[in-house]
Design a protein. Structure first.
Length: 202
């Protein structure tokens, strides 16, 4: 291979790697039960199904610091009100929040943006404008819409050693299209939690 061709291949590889590094990804990072529910039938996450202590917590907090911003549906944001969160306050300090709801009503601010328009169009535009990882933390209905539009790039499941039997499903309604998941990383914790990272192939 000539020096010119070698240089072209090297530059091409470098450009590909740079694109991979700066590509904006939407990561659905969520806790679920072994049977695929992210909350119980009341929309709550009781500690007997979703443990809030254990050796898996440190990794969860570290992952939060790696995200640029967080997306959530109205019910997910509203759930924080039960624990003292006020409308317009960020649930996670240091992250820009985008809350998608037509029922909530509060004034947006530098930390929390309330979006009452079409969520898919807004998130599609946001993904084109931002760089780095975007955290989708719920809820199931919003995740299902984004999955249908092929906007979720990675699935990060914190699988708890529990069975809910019923509740709010991982993607709201049952998935009606086949999607291949490629396992990137898996880690088991003494708490019984298993963290699996998947890339999605549509």
């Amino acid at each position: 291979m000539s020096g010119v061709r070698c240089l072209a291949v090297t530059l091409g590889c470098s450009q590909y790697l740079m694109k991979e590094l700066i590509m904006t990804k939407i990561i659905y990072h969520v806790a679920c039960t072994l049977d695929g529910f992210i909350a119980d039938i009341q929309g709550a996450c009781p500690a007997n199904l979703f443990p809030t202590s254990g050796d898996h917590i440190a990794d969860f907090l570290q992952h939060i610091h790696n995200y640029r911003l967080v997306l959530m549906g109205g019910n997910t944001y509203r759930y924080g009100f039960k624990f003292g969160l006020q409308p317009g306050q960020p649930a996670y300090q240091g992250l820009k929040h985008y809350v998608f709801s037509r029922r909530l009503n509060f004034v947006s601010n530098a930390d929390v943006q309330l979006v009452t328009t079409d969520a898919i169009a807004y998130i599609r535009h946001l993904k084109q404008q931002e760089q780095g990882d975007i955290w989708l933390c719920g809820g199931g209905q919003l995740a299902g819409q984004l999955l249908h539009e092929q906007l979720i790039d990675q699935l990060r499941l914190k699988i708890n050693p529990s069975l809910a039997g019923c509740g709010i499903y991982l993607f709201g309604n049952k998935i009606n299209i086949p999607i291949f998941l490629r396992l990137k990383h898996s880690k088991s914790y003494a708490s019984g939690v298993v963290l699996n990272d998947y890339d999605l192939s549509y």
